[in-house]
Design a protein around this ligand. Structure first.
Ligand SMILES: NC(=O)c1ccc[n+]([C@@H]2O[C@H](COP(=O)([O-])OP(=O)(O)OC[C@H]3O[C@@H](n4cnc5c(N)ncnc54)[C@H](O)[C@@H]3O)[C@@H](O)[C@H]2O)c1
Length: 366
């Protein structure tokens, strides 16, 4: 029984449920006994974790666009959720670079529509808006960014996520703080890996696409370091945040929370790939030395997660090796026994809960 059983029989809406994070969240909410309804524009990739795990079977599965206010309002009005997770976005940095208007329309204006619809959904008690670690103005320092550091972002994806945070702050201070039944917060995470991601231009999906064809993979920035995080880690943070907001715990409403790995989990891309190799057979890894670390491109953006620890008691569960092992094993299982994706996803969520429980994570305690 996790999160003090607060999701059992609750009506939970997930915007972006067909995506990478949304599909894992949907599977976890199913295990927690929630009644789930998902709202997404499309199935963003082929293959798709959402489809392979047959996640449409136990939920209300709705196609709609947050850019169209009436569609998102109708979804929330019809379903009458207690809890909402908003993770619908154009989440691919390179895609946003190519289509900046869509980035701002979806990630910024779409968030206006979601918040406006929230304002007109009286059933809602707890809401988590997912943005990104990229919402901070990256001034290239070596310290972790804190929630009150300057927002910014040069590229359209980052700027659109910073805009979403500013829009949230305006809506909260102008309207939402005066809704006594509602508690709402934003969560900022980044560099998520895990099974079931097939997005374009992300390092793990790129490897899997090559390795399943027994092709070598080109690594652009082998020395670049990133704070890698398994997808279930931020989800445990979002779920804990939502469950505490539901209780009306003080110090959370209207706030933003960084959700990231421990500082020592900053590892080079090459270390990530080498660790993946241990769990995936017969691969050739071609490290392209001509594209060595470009300092500007690889600048590190670390998060300071002390606020999540102090106010929620949240901290990450997995080591770097466990994070990569879980990721590689998921893809290997999918490749070898594709029919068992649903069972394997459920198994990994249970294993993650066991790890967290043994390590005394706050959300595993009664
Ligand atoms: N994956 C990461 O590493 C990462 C890192 C930081 C932040 N995030 C954030 O987490 C959230 C989820 O990311 P993800 O990796 O699962 O993304 P994803 O691309 O896998 O999924 C995006 C989801 O949003 C839906 N969507 C897109 N545009 C929509 C629209 N106009 N209307 C309705 N639904 C729409 C898609 O259908 C899909 O369900 C996003 O807000 C993203 O910015 C992700």
């Amino acid at each position: 029984m996790y999160f003090k059983n607060k999701f059992k029989n609750k009506k939970v809406a997930v915007i972006g449920h067909t995506g990478f994070k949304g599909s894992w969240l949907t599977a976890w909410l199913n295990q927690l006994g929630a009644e789930v309804a998902g709202f997404s524009k499309d199935i963003p990739t082929t293959p798709s974790h959402f489809e392979l795990a047959h996640l449409d079977q136990n939920i209300l599965d709705v196609r709609g666009n947050i850019v169209n206010y009436n569609e998102i309002l109708k979804f929330l009005t019809d379903f009458k959720p207690d809890i909402l997770f908003h993770m619908g976005a154009n989440a691919i940095v390179s895609d946003c670079l190519e289509h900046p208007q869509d980035a701002f329309l979806t990630n910024s204006f779409g968030t206006v529509n979601v918040l406006e619809a929230i304002r007109h959904t009286p059933s809602l008690k707890s809401v988590v808006i997912v943005t990104s670690d990229k919402c901070y103005e990256n001034i290239e320092w070596e310290f972790g960014y804190r929630e009150n550091d300057r927002l910014g972002g040069k590229d359209p994806y980052s700027a659109s996520k910073a805009c979403a945070e500013i829009i949230f702050s305006s809506y909260f201070r102008t309207y939402l703080q005066f809704m006594p039944h509602l508690s709402i917060a934003t969560a900022r995470a980044g560099n998520v890996i895990g099974g079931g991601d097939w997005a374009a231009n992300r390092i793990i999906p790129d490897c899997i696409r090559s390795w399943t064809k027994s092709e070598s993979v080109q690594i652009r920035n082998p020395e670049a370091t990133r704070p890698w995080q398994h997808v279930l880690e931020p989800l445990s943070g979002y779920l804990l945040l939502a469950s505490e907001l539901l209780e009306g715990v003080e110090g959370l409403n209207g706030e933003s929370f960084n959700i990231g790995p421990k500082a020592e989990v900053n590892k080079a891309v090459s270390a990530l790939i080498e660790e993946m190799q241990h769990h995936w057979k017969n691969v050739k890894v071609d490290i392209d030395k001509s594209h060595h670390l470009n300092k500007k491109e690889a600048s590190l953006l670390k998060l300071c997660c002390d606020k999540a620890l102090n106010r929620l008691g949240w901290m990450p569960t997995l080591t770097f090796n466990e994070t990569v092992e879980m990721t590689a094993l998921w893809y290997r299982n999918w490749h070898e026994i594709p029919v068992s994706v649903k069972e394997f996803t459920d198994l990994q969520i249970k294993s993650y809960g066991d790890f967290a429980s043994k390590r005394g994570m706050v959300w595993t305690k009664n």
